[in-house]
Design a protein around this ligand. Sequence first.
Ligand code: COA
Length: 160
Amino acid sequence: MEVTAIYPGTFDPMTLGHIDVALRAGEMFDRLIIAVAESPGKKPYFSLEERMDIANRIMADHDAVTIAPFTGLLVDFAQKKEATVIVRGLRAVSDFDYEVQIAGMNRKLAPGIETVFIAASQDYTFLSSSIVREIESHNGDISEFVHPLVLDAFAEKRNG
Ligand code: COA
């Protein structure tokens, strides 16, 4: 049986940490859908279209990986896509309580969907999208943390 997995997040913007998790998950499952959440509550810096465009271009060479937007409940989206696995990255112990709570609730809502955790690579345990945005907003160098396409996206956004 072919397995479709969903890797959800706001990806504002996608970092090398996200790419690492996505590519490793891509090796484990037949299909991986990177589900870009609208996340209006987070007031994202990049629009949903921009975040999708960045992810699409970064993953262009990976045939088994597709990008899709989502709003509403993650499990509803997963069921619509016939996905049976949700992938989450764990960076540190501090992620654990929250992630286990969400995984438990998602399992309650949709017992047929399993959450699989992938431990972030050592290099990315300290990374988050908001830290990247913060450094960039102060003209710091973020090239170690993001794909070059994200650098371009920040430059475009700044220069209008
Ligand atoms: N590398 C780098 N950064 C990472 C990372 C990794 N491997 N994994 C997570 N992060 C960062 C994210 O960039 C994000 O950074 P920020 O908060 O500084 O912007 C932070 O860690 C939190 O990430 P995450 O928990 O993935 O939040 P998110 O906003 O990216 O995604 C959703 C959360 C959208 C998946 C979740 O809210 C959701 O499923 N919403 C839909 C409603 C729903 O079904 N809720 C659950 C009901 S029980």
